[in-house]
Design a protein around this ligand. Structure first.
Ligand SMILES: [Zn+2]
Length: 480
């Protein structure tokens, strides 16, 4: 049968007009035979630092009422744009605690020729309140709407600027495990400690055109007493890599739930003295150490094909069970549309104030991006490592609230390609995404504890993980 297929194929080529064959041979000689048109990439960043003036800027991420008093380092929207043939895709990272889905919808409306725009937040805990939860008191929203509208414009500007400088690139990828720069603050102890670094190179000069670093940690080293605006360790990682490699850098936050933090990570200075949490010295040192580990990953480069570009995305509804979030929604502190939960993740009607006693849900999005050999899982919150890596506790702890809950389909187990990474807080921030059988709000508590562990109070509810993980599996498998 093989021979017959060959026989069918050869005459077809034989009939190709000579005029077509000549350019084809030039094309082959140029080295583009296997890849088709060349992949273009461009990097750019815009400023998103709030202005300190008469309006208070409330810092997000720890307790309420933490007004900013200074700017330690500028907050940025960092974008990388890929173009392959007529397909454009943008990945943007914001030095923010999170950015709701409605903003991303408005950003995309300004970029209609893009097949996909992914906007993720680093989750810095020294940025302005962008979600509403950290105002002067729990009943007052800490958000400046004019600022949010400006951030939307700056995201569009970063994408446009990156697109304008896009040029042909080749790519390499390296990974390294970095357990020493992660503290897991919640049992069971499961770290997502794989750092992914991608370097794009100018094929003519061989010089770096830009670097993407994907890492899994809360940027909260500066701690709850800090009152200066900062991107936390991310700013140092980006500055260090940019200076050492001479190219722009985009940092993408991945798995940060369960709970991956820079706090309590022992960090020493060059003289061997331990640096304390909440200090600039520890924050910057952490950032530089992470940059070094990214360079180690790139010192073992694997060739990477990043084209063609494709995406599958799905909007879906996630039940909103968190009583404090419901109160915040009623009070107008959490300002985003709510919907009446229908029992199905794919349909829901908008909810009004009169619907507050009914089960409600939020609209969000998951996506699976394929950039050639690289699979990217885009998850709209702070997912637990157990759900990404397929390490949900089994058997469950008898103290868990839902020990009978089935184990959710793991995110990375769905991805078919040879290379992968995860982008968390992607296009939304719905809080912690906790394995349902590790949900633990009611006594008795897991692991013989007298008190529950931290996590559930900043999750929309126990159904978030089952709904999102099943939807991601179905998305990759092509099911509805
Ligand atoms: Zn968090």
């Amino acid at each position: 049968m093989e021979g017959r297929r060959d026989g069918d194929w050869r005459p077809a080529v034989g009939r190709l007009p000579t005029a077509l064959l000549v350019p084809l041979s030039l094309w082959l000689a140029a080295g583009f035979a296997s890849a088709g048109p060349p992949l273009h990439a461009g990097f750019a960043e815009t400023d998103i630092t709030p202005k300190l003036g008469p309006k208070p800027v409330y810092l997000a991420g720890f307790g309420p009422n933490r007004p900013a008093t200074a700017i330690h380092d500028a907050l940025k929207a960092r974008a990388v744009v890929f173009r392959h043939a007529d397909t454009r895709m943008a990945l943007v990272s914001l030095d923010l605690v999170g950015f709701f889905f409605d903003h991303i919808v408005r950003v995309r409306a300004h970029l209609p020729e893009f097949a996909y725009v992914l906007v993720s937040s680093t989750h810095t805990h020294s940025g302005p309140d962008t979600l509403g939860l950290w105002g002067p008191n729990p009943l007052r929203r800490g958000v400046d709407d004019d600022y949010l509208a400006w951030v939307e414009k700056q995201v569009v500007a970063a994408v446009r600027a990156a697109e304008a400088v896009a040029r042909p690139v080749t790519a390499v990828l390296g990974t390294v495990r970095v357990p020493e720069l992660l503290h897991d603050a919640r049992e069971p102890l499961v770290k997502h400690d794989e750092l992914v670094a991608i370097q794009l190179n100018d094929p003519a000069s061989g010089k770096p055109a830009g670097i993407i670093v994907q890492w899994n940690c809360h940027p909260e080293t500066l701690g709850p007493k800090n009152t200066a605006l900062s991107g936390d360790f991310v700013s140092s990682t980006v500055a260090e890599l940019r200076q050492r490699r001479g190219c722009p850098v985009v940092y993408l936050t991945g798995t940060v739930g369960g709970l991956m933090t820079s706090l309590h990570v022992p960090i020493r200075d060059e003289a061997g003295a331990e640096l304390a949490d909440g200090t600039v010295a520890k924050t910057e040192r952490y950032g530089r150490l992470l940059a070094r580990r990214a360079e180690e990953a790139l010192a073992r480069p694997q060739p990477l094909t990043l084209a063609p570009l494709s995406v599958r995305r799905r909007e879906l509804f996630v039940p909103l069970d968190n009583k404090l979030y419901l109160l915040a929604w009623q009070a107008g502190v959490l300002r985003r549309p709510a919907f009446v939960w229908s029992g199905h993740a794919d349909r829901a009607e908008p909810a009004g104030a009169a619907d507050v006693a009914r089960p409600l849900c939020l609209k969000t999005e998951i996506a699976w991006l394929r950039l050639g050999q690289l699979d990217v899982a885009a998850i709209p919150g702070e997912i637990y490592p157990e759900l990404v890596l397929g390490k949900v506790q089994d058997p469950p702890d008898p103290g868990a609230d839902f020990p009978e809950a089935p184990i959710e389909p793991a995110i990375y187990a769905q991805l078919p390609g040879p290379h992968r990474m995860i982008v968390g807080l992607a296009n939304d921030e719905i809080g912690y995404i906790i394995p349902k059988r590790q949900w633990d709000q009611a006594a008795p508590y897991c692991y013989g504890r007298a008190k529950p562990q931290y996590g559930e109070s900043n999750s929309v509810g126990p159904e978030a993980a089952p709904v999102l993980c099943r939807a991601f599996r179905d998305l990759v498998k092509g099911r509805n």
